[in-house]
Design a binder for this molecule. Structure first.
Ligand SMILES: [Zn+2]
Length: 235
């Protein structure tokens, strides 16, 4: 009995040490988010290096040429995470150099991402989904995201092309947002939902909206985001 208690006492501390978040410094992660429009500012290498020299990662919300994304990531020497927009059919032949986030959970520098591509179905072209199809994709992420959360990798950033229903979306069919993205935020509580697809020509248009615990941001045509990992991350 005494030996067994001693064994428990000895084995308890190392397990606690593994479970306890590291006490090293927390480094914020800087992300350049792009979508839908190749901006002349970001096509200027000197401007990119001067303005965004400290960017850690580029995230694309879709509808952008591969060459544009490759230019930005090669000038800044950073990785790319992306989802395809409804106009990105050319990626089948020439995808950008980076990781496709669609239906995948990826962690970079302590920040966990998950993505869902495409728009509401409005014709027979690819990379469009009905509400029912998108809802099924959200449901299928339930188990992988629960496992990820149990491993201290709760989703931080949900990357989509389309907006959620009723937030930054429009009344026409192609730009109608997905109700299932609201459910995604209800279930998985990401800190951010980044989307594109809706082009804002009016500076007064809302591009940042808080939905429960999630900041929803239309990144069109580009926005910089700084985020700290939930727990400290050792580089
Ligand atoms: Zn689009």
């Amino acid at each position: 009995m005494l030996i067994s208690r001693l064994k428990n006492a000895i084995s308890f501390e190392p397990i606690r040490a593994i479970m306890r978040p590291s006490k090293c410094a927390v480094f914020s992660v800087k992300i350049l988010c792009v979508s839908d429009l190749a901006s002349s500012q970001l096509e200027n290498a000197a401007h990119l290096r001067r303005r965004y020299y400290d960017i850690d990662l580029v995230v694309s919300c879709g509808d952008l040429p591969s060459a544009y994304l490759d230019f930005i990531t090669s000038v800044l020497s950073v990785p790319l995470f992306y989802v395809r927009g409804n106009h990105d059919t050319m990626y089948d032949e020439r995808p950008p150099g980076g990781d496709d986030l669609h239906q995948r959970i990826l962690t970079y520098k302590g920040i966990t991402f998950v993505g869902l591509e495409g728009s509401m179905r409005y014709n027979e072209a690819p990379i469009q989904y009905t509400e029912g199809e998108m809802s099924w994709k959200v449901t299928r992420l339930f188990v992988p995201l629960k496992i990820s959360a149990s491993q201290h990798r709760k989703v931080d950033i949900f990357v989509t092309h389309s907006p959620p229903r009723g937030i930054h979306d429009l009344s026409d069919k192609p730009h109608t947002g997905f109700k299932s993205f609201l459910r995604f935020m209800d279930w998985y509580q990401p800190r951010y939902l980044l989307h594109g697809h809706v082009h804002n020509y009016d500076n007064r248009a809302e591009t940042k909206t808080l939905y429960k615990q999630t900041q929803v941001i239309n990144v069109y045509p580009f926005k910089a985001l700084e985020i700290e990992p939930r727990v400290s991350y050792e580089t």
